[in-house]
Design a protein. Structure first.
Lengths: 554, 648
C-alpha cells in the first residue's frame, strides 16, 4: 500500500518557531506568486498541548511576523504593568533590587500563555493555506542516497511493548519533502540524530540546559494584578550553588503563573529541581501568591541556555533547524520566544530563496546564517555570549563574570568561555559534599496546601500515553554497566531530577538488588533525562502521536 | 462482488474530561469530544474486514449536529473513504427509535437495504457512553429488514461470503454465522481501534463530509412525523442526580512497598471517608387545576414478559422480571394480567415455574428449531403475539438477548424502548402544552451518563417497552402450586428468518457457590496473570488460614486467557457478589466488572496504574506493583491482619 506523502516543505513542530516559519514562508511565496505545499506536523494532541513557557514575551517579532494582523488581535494575556526583581533570603526575608540587571527589562512586554499564542498562530497559518496536523509523532529522518535529509517518517503504531505488530498495526507515514524544517523545541529527538549524523555541533560549545518547573494557579481576587511581574534570585537555589531563579506572573481572570528555572549543570546527584520549586513556594514572598490558590495546571520544560557559542550549525542540505532546537535563546532574560519567531522568519526567507533558485543545498541554505546575522537574534545573543558559562562555577563567580562581560561588551576577560554537557557535572554520590540536597531538603517540609508531590502534579499536566507501544524512554547503556555506574556510583539521579516521577529506583526486599523502573506514562516530555543522565545513558524517543501532556494555558 | 462496509458512529463527550465546575456541576462544555469508544471498535472491525476484502468501499455515517464532522473526519483518517452526516434541526431531540428510523432511511436511500444487489455489512458500536441504550444497531437492522448480531467481539470473513461473529452472552460466548447484508455491533473488548495515520489525516483534511438533511434522504411525510423531539415515541420526563453511594477513595501513601502497605492497613483501621448526603431540593409543583385526565391506552391491556430459557431452565433475570411486572399490575389495578411468552423446544413444563413466580398466563411456542435463542425468529414471534394480545406494557430482562430483542420488536410495533431500567412505576404525565394529565403511564427509570443521572422515560406508543437490569429486582416469592392459564401459539416463519446459524454456544459451568458466601474475596485481573495469580491465591489462602471465609476470584480477561475457570469470573457476564470486603488486584475496573462488585461492603483496590478506574469505585486504594505489594500484604495477614473482619 502506498504509504508516502510528498510535500514541498515539512515543518516538524507547531511551536512558535515552526509556525513562524510556516506563516512567513506562506507570505513570501504568495508575494512571489509561487504555490508550494507546507505541512506542519506536531506530536501534541492539539496545537499548544505541548507548549509551555513563562511567559513574558517581547512583542516586536509578532508585529513583524504578522504585518497584516491587527496587533490587538494577538491573544497576549496582559501587558506588563510592573516588573520587580527580588533577592530571597534563606530566613524568609526578601530584598527588592533597586535596579534591573541589564538585558532584563520588561517594559512594553506582555505576559502570555504561549499555548494560546500558538493556537492563534496556527489559525493564521491555516488561513494562509498551511496544513497543520497535530497528533502525529515523527520518529525518523529519511535520508536520500547521498545521505542528505529527504523527509521524515511517522512512528509505527499498533505495536506491543516488545515491538511486535498487533492486529491494529499502522505503518507510519513517510513524508518526502524538498525541505525539512526541524522545529521540535528544546533537545529535539530528531535534531539530536541529525546533529550527530551531520556533525552540526562541531567546534561549538556543548549545549547546556535549565529545567523550568511551572504551575498555574487560580487565585482569589486581589492576589495579583494582570501584568504584575516578579523575578526572584537567591533562595533556594543560591545556597545550593545552583544557577537560576523564579518567576511570578499575574494573568487576567485571577490567575498566576509561577515557576522556578534552574541550571542542569548541578553536581549533586540527588538534586531535585521539582522539590526546590516546592520549597521555593514556601518562602513568604512567594507563598502569599499561592496560599489561597487552586492549582490549574502543571508542567515542566528544559531550556537551551548555552547561548551564542552553543548554537549548532543550523542548516544542512535540504534541512534547517529553528528555535530552541538550534539553541536560539537569550540569557539572562531567559527569552526564546521572539528568537524562535525571528529564526523561523529567517529560515522562511532562506526557504523562499531556495524555491526561487530551486536549490535546497547548503549553497543557498547558508543564506540562513546571513538572515540570522541581520535579525535582532545576533545582536541580542552575541552581547551575552558568555553569560551562562560564567555561572557554571557558582553564582558568585557568575555575577563577577557577568559584571566583567557588561564592561567588555560580552567578552569578559577570557574571550570565549566553554561549557560541558550538563550530565558531566554530576558527581558520584560518594564524592558529593554533604549535605546532599536529598538530606538538606528534609529540613524544608513541603506539606502546605499549595505543595504537591510529583504524582499529583503530573495529573495536572494532563499527560497520557498509549499502552501499546515500545517504552519511549530507553536505557541505552548495557544493563550491568548501568547498574554499576548510574545506580551504584551516581545513586540513580533520575529518581530525583525527573520532575514527573517517571523513574523509580526499586530495591528487591529479599535480594537487595536494585533496578530502575520506568513509568513512561507519567512523562511530560521535558527531556531532562536525555540531558542529565550520567554517561548519557538514557535516550528520549518520541512516543505515539497525541501522547504526552495536554497543556491548556501554559 | 464489491462489498461496502458501513460504519455507524456517534460523537460523545470524553467522560474522563468532564470535570467538576466551580458550581459543583459537571462541566460538559469544556469536555473534548471523541468518537464513542464502542463505535471506535466498530470502525476497527470494519477496517479488519477490509483486509479480507481489499476493494471494499468504506463508508462512515453519523447523525447529529455539524460538529460531528470531526468524528467522521477521524474515521477517514483511520482508513474510511467516504463520510455522510445526517444533520437537520428537525432531528433534534430524537429518541433511539427516531434515530434508527432516520439513519436507516438515509442508508436505504443510498441503496442499502435487504433488496440490495451488492453485499454490504454495517458495523457499529454496541452502545454509546452518553446514552447506554444499545438500541440503534437493532433498530437499523430491523428497519432495513436484515439480520443482526449485537455484543460482538470479533468477526471473521469466510470464503463463502458469510461472516462468523463471536457474540458475548451471559456466561460465555456464541459463534454465529451471518449472511450478508447484516448489522453487527461491537463491544469494546475486541481489536483495539487503530491510530489514524498522517496519510489518512491529510486525506481527511482534503475530503468533504456529505451533509444530508431530512429532505435529502427522501423521508416520507409520514415518517417525518415520527422524528425529533415531538415525533419520537418516548420522551425524557425528568433527570435526577444519582448520589454516589460510595465515598471517595482513601489512597495509601509511601515510597516503598512497606510504607504503602502499612499506610493501607492504617487507612483501613481508621475507616474510610464518609459520604456527605446533600439535601434533596424540593420539586416545583405544577398547577394542574382544570387539566383533563386522559387515558391513551385504547384497547391495549395487560403486561407481557418474555421468559428467556438458558440450558433448559428459565434464566434468573426473567424470573426477577416478574417482580416489577406484578408491581405494575397491582398499580394498574383491576384485572391487569401478566402474560409470559415461553419459546423453545419442550419448554411447556417450565410454565409452572412462571406461574409460581407470578405469571397469570403463559403462551407457549414450541418448535425444535427454536431450542436456542435467535434474534430474528424470536423477534418475529413476540411481535406477532404483541399484535394479537395488545398488551399495554412489554417487559424484557436486560440480558444480551433482551437488549437486542426489545428494540428490534419496538421497531416493528412503532414503540420506543427504555433500556436497562432500575425502576418501573405507574404514574402520570402532566402535559402542560395540551393542559391534560395522561394517566396511567409507565415511568421507566434508568441510570445514564455513566451512572451519574437517573432519567425517567415515558412512552406514548403501545405497548410501552422496557428492559429491566438484571440483578436489580429480587426474585418474587415463590407460591407453590399457584397456577394459571396456559395456551399455545403457533406460527409459520419464513425460511429467511432462520438465515443466521449458531455454530457453537459456550457457557461456563455454574458452581463455586462459596463465592456468594465468602466474607472476603481476593480477585485478580490482567495485572496478576504474570505469575498466573499465584499471589492472589496465596493471599486468599492466608486469609483462610486466619479463619476467615475467604475465596479467590478474577476478572473476565483472566478467564479468557485461560488462567481460571469461568465459575470464578466476577462481573456482568460472570457472578455478582456482595462480600464484606472485596480486594481487587490488578483489575482496571471496567464497568462490566464493577457491575458485579458494587454491592460489596468495602472495596480495596491495588493497581499499578494511578488512573485505573477501579480507584473511583473503591473505598481504599493502593497504587503499586503487584509483585511487590501482595507478598507484603500476605506477610501482614500471616501476622494477623484481617482487613477489619472478625475471625471465626
Amino acid at each position: 500500500m502506498n504509504n508516502t506523502v510528498k510535500t514541498d516543505v515539512l515543518i516538524i513542530g507547531a511551536g512558535p518557531s515552526g509556525l513562524a516559519t510556516a506563516i512567513h514562508l506562506a507570505d513570501l511565496l504568495k508575494a512571489k506568486g509561487i504555490e508550494k505545499q507546507i505541512l506542519v506536523v506536531d506530536k501534541g494532541q492539539s496545537v499548544g498541548s505541548h507548549i509551555l513557557s513563562g511567559a513574558v514575551i517581547k512583542p516586536q517579532a509578532f508585529r513583524e511576523l504578522l504585518p497584516d494582523v491587527n496587533f490587538d488581535e494577538i491573544p497576549f494575556d496582559s501587558r506588563v504593568s510592573s516588573d520587580d526583581m527580588y533577592l530571597l533570603q534563606e530566613k524568609g526575608g526578601s530584598i527588592k533590587m533597586p535596579f534591573h540587571p541589564p538585558y532584563m527589562n520588561n517594559d512594553g512586554n506582555y505576559c502570555a500563555s504561549l499555548a494560546e499564542i500558538c493556537r492563534f498562530l496556527a489559525a493564521k497559518a491555516t488561513e494562509k493555506g498551511v496544513e497543520i496536523y497535530p497528533g502525529f509523532a515523527i520518529s525518523d529522518i529519511i535520508y536520500n542516497e547521498k545521505g542528505d535529509v529527504a523527509g521524515a517518517k511517522c512512528i509505527d503504531t499498533g505495536i506491543d511493548h516488545h515491538g511486535n505488530k498487533l492486529e491494529n498495526f499502522v505503518e507510519g507515514t513517510r513524508i518526502e519533502a524538498a525541505l525539512t524544517i526541524f522545529a521540535e523545541g528544546t533537545r529535539g529527538s530528531l535534531t539530536k540524530k541529525l546533529v550527530a549524523k551531520k556533525n552540526l555541533a562541531q567546534g561549538k560549545n556543548p549545549q547546556i540546559y535549565s529545567l523550568g518547573i511551572k504551575e498555574l494557579f487560580s487565585v482569589p481576587e486581589g492576589t495579583i494584578k494582570p501584568g504584575e511581574v516578579y523575578h526572584t534570585m537567591g533562595f533556594p537555589a543560591m545556597n545550593d550553588n545552583v544557577f537560576g531563579g523564579g518567576f511570578i506572573y499575574g494573568l487576567k481572570d485571577n490567575k498566576v503563573a509561577l515557576g522556578l528555572v534552574l541550571g542542569l549543570d548541578f553536581v549533586d546527584p540527588t538534586y531535585d529541581v521539582f522539590r526546590a520549586f516546592q520549597i521555593w513556594k514556601t518562602h513568604p514572598f512567594v507563598e502569599k501568591f499561592v496560599k489561597n490558590g487552586r492549582l490549574l495546571e502543571y508542567g515542566a520544560k528544559t531550556l537551551p541556555e548555552g547561548g551564542y557559542y552553543s548554537l549548532i550549525k543550523y542548516y544542512t542540505n535540504n534541512a534547517m533547524i529553528v528555535g530552541d532546537s538550534a539553541g536560539f535563546l537569550v540569557m539572562p532574560a531567559l527569552k526564546g520566544i521572539h528568537l524562535a519567531v525571528y529564526s523561523g522568519m529567517s529560515a522562511a526567507k532562506t526557504a523562499c530563496d531556495a524555491f526561487v533558485a530551486n536549490n535546497f543545498t547548503e549553497e543557498v541554505l547558508k543564506n540562513y546564517e546571513q538572515y540570522i546575522k541581520q535579525s535582532p537574534i545576533y545582536k541580542e545573543m552575541y552581547k551575552c555570549r558568555n553569560f551562562r558559562q560564567g555561572f557554571s562555577k557558582g553564582t558568585l563567580a557568575g555575577i563577577f563574570n557577568f559584571g566583567t562581560q557588561i564592561l567588555t561588551g560580552g567578552a569578559g576577560f577570557v574571550g570565549k568561555l566553554s561549557t560541558h554537557d550538563d550530565h558531566s557535572y554530576t558527581k558520584p554520590i560518594n564524592e558529593t559534599k554533604k549535605p546532599l540536597f536529598k538530606d538538606k531538603s528534609e529540613r524544608y517540609p513541603i506539606d502546605k496546601p499549595y505543595n504537591f508531590n510529583k504524582a499529583d502534579d503530573v495529573f495536572y499536566s494532563g499527560t497520557h500515553h498509549d499502552e501499546d507501544q515500545i517504552v519511549h524512554l530507553q536505557i541505552t547503556a548495557d544493563i550491568e554497566y548501568y547498574s554499576k555506574e548510574n545506580i551504584l556510583k551516581y545513586g540513580a539521579p533520575a529518581q530525583y531530577y525527573c520532575p514527573a516521577e517517571v523513574y523509580e529506583l526499586h530495591t528487591d526486599k529479599n535480594t537487595g538488588h536494585q533496578e530502575m523502573r520506568i513509568h513512561a506514562e507519567n512523562c511530560v516530555h521535558c527531556k531532562t533525562c536525555d540531558i542529565k543522565e550520567p554517561n548519557g545513558a538514557i535516550t528520549w524517543n518520541v512516543p505515539n502521536g497525541g501522547n504526552g501532556p495536554d497543556y491548556k494555558y501554559m | 462482488m464489491a462489498l461496502t462496509i458501513i460504519s455507524l458512529i456517534k460523537q460523545v463527550p470524553l467522560p474522563s474530561e468532564m470535570r467538576m465546575g466551580d458550581d459543583g456541576l459537571m462541566d460538559r462544555t469544556k469536555a473534548k469530544s471523541i468518537i464513542n469508544i464502542d463505535c471506535q471498535f466498530g470502525l476497527e472491525a470494519g477496517l479488519q474486514l477490509k483486509k479480507k476484502y481489499p476493494d471494499a468501499r468504506m463508508i462512515a455515517c453519523s447523525m447529529g449536529p455539524a460538529s460531528f464532522e470531526n468524528a467522521l473526519k477521524t474515521a477517514i483518517s483511520m482508513g474510511y473513504d467516504e463520510a455522510y452526516l445526517l444533520s437537520d434541526r428537525k432531528l433534534g431531540g430524537s429518541d433511539t427509535y427516531a434515530t434508527g428510523l432516520s439513519l436507516s432511511t438515509m442508508l436505504r436511500q443510498m441503496g442499502f437495504s435487504k433488496d440490495s444487489k451488492e453485499p454490504f455489512v454495517i458495523v457499529a458500536g454496541r452502545q454509546t457512553s452518553d446514552g447506554d441504550t444499545a438500541h440503534v444497531p437493532s433498530q437499523v437492522a430491523e428497519a432495513l429488514g436484515i439480520p443482526q448480531a449485537t455484543f460482538v467481539e470479533r468477526i471473521e470473513a469466510n470464503d463463502d461470503g458469510t461472516i462468523t461473529a463471536r457474540r458475548i452472552i451471559e456466561g460465555g460466548y456464541q459463534m454465529l454465522k451471518l449472511q450478508m447484508p447484516c448489522v453487527i455491533s461491537f463491544t469494546p473488548t475486541g481489536i483495539k481501534p487503530r491510530k489514524p495515520s498522517l496519510l489518512g489525516a491529510i486525506k481527511a483534511n482534503h475530503s468533504k463530509v456529505a451533509i444530508k438533511s431530512v429532505d435529502d434522504i427522501g423521508m416520507s411525510e409520514e415518517a417525518q412525523k415520527l422524528i425529533g423531539i415531538n415525533g419520537s415515541p418516548t420522551i425524557v420526563a425528568g433527570i435526577e442526580n444519582i448520589e454516589s453511594d460510595r465515598p471517595p477513595v482513601v489512597m495509601a501513601s509511601g515510597n516503598n512497598q512497606d510504607q504503602l502497605v502499612d499506610s493501607l492497613i492504617e487507612n483501613i483501621k481508621k475507616g474510610g471517608n464518609t459520604l456527605v448526603k446533600k439535601e434533596a431540593k424540593e420539586k416545583k409543583e405544577v398547577d394542574t387545576a382544570g387539566f383533563e385526565i386522559v387515558d391513551l391506552r385504547g384497547d391495549n391491556k395487560g403486561i407481557l414478559t418474555w421468559a428467556e430459557v438458558v440450558g433448559g431452565k428459565i434464566a434468573r433475570p426473567s424470573i426477577e422480571l416478574l417482580t416489577p411486572a406484578r408491581h405494575l399490575a397491582e398499580q394498574l389495578g383491576g384485572d391487569t394480567k401478566i402474560t409470559t411468552v415461553l419459546i423453545g423446544k419442550n419448554v411447556r413444563p417450565l410454565a409452572q415455574t412462571l406461574f409460581e413466580h407470578g405469571s397469570d398466563h403463559v403462551l407457549v411456542v414450541e418448535n425444535d428449531k427454536l431450542e436456542e435463542y435467535l434474534i430474528l425468529p424470536f423477534a418475529e414471534i413476540i411481535t406477532q403475539i404483541i399484535q394479537k394480545q395488545k398488551p399495554e406494557i412489554a417487559l424484557f430482562a436486560a440480558t444480551t438477548a433482551g437488549r437486542e430483542l426489545a428494540p428490534r420488536i419496538g421497531m416493528k410495533t412503532g414503540s420506543g424502548v427504555t433500556a436497562d431500567c432500575t425502576g418501573l412505576e405507574i404514574g402520570d404525565y402532566i402535559d402542560k402544552k395540551n393542559k391534560r394529565i395522561v394517566r396511567p403511564i409507565l415511568h421507566s427509570r434508568r441510570p445514564t451518563y455513566g451512572e451519574s443521572k437517573l432519567a425517567t422515560i415515558l412512552g406514548f406508543v403501545y405497548p410501552q417497552i422496557s428492559t429491566a437490569r438484571a440483578g436489580t429486582f429480587a426474585v418474587p416469592q415463590r407460591i407453590e402450586g399457584r397456577s394459571g392459564e396456559i395456551s399455545e401459539f403457533t406460527t409459520e416463519l419464513s425460511q429467511g428468518t432462520y438465515s443466521t446459524q449458531i455454530l457453537e454456544t459456550v457457557r461456563g459451568e455454574g458452581g463455586l457457590a462459596s463465592l456468594f458466601e465468602a466474607d472476603i474475596i481476593v480477585a485478580g485481573g490482567r495485572g496478576t496473570v504474570g505469575d498466573e495469580l499465584k499471589l492472589v491465591k496465596e493471599l486468599a489462602e492466608a486469609l483462610k488460614a486466619q479463619g476467615l471465609k475467604a475465596e479467590w476470584a478474577c476478572s473476565r480477561v483472566v478467564v479468557d486467557e485461560g488462567y481460571a475457570e469461568y465459575a470464578r469470573q466476577i462481573g456482568q457476564t460472570g457472578k455478582t457478589v456482595r462480600p464484606k470486603v472485596y480486594v481487587a488486584i490488578g483489575i482496571s475496573g471496567a464497568i462490566q466488572h464493577i457491575a458485579g462488585i458494587k454491592e460489596s461492603g468495602k472495596i480495596i483496590a491495588i493497581d499499578q496504574n494511578p488512573k485505573a478506574s477501579i480507584f473511583r469505585y473503591a473505598d481504599f486504594g493502593l497504587c503499586g506493583m503487584y509483585q511487590d505489594i501482595v507478598p507484603e500484604l500476605i506477610e501482614k495477614v500471616k501476622q494477623g491482619f484481617t482487613f477489619g473482619l472478625e475471625k471465626k
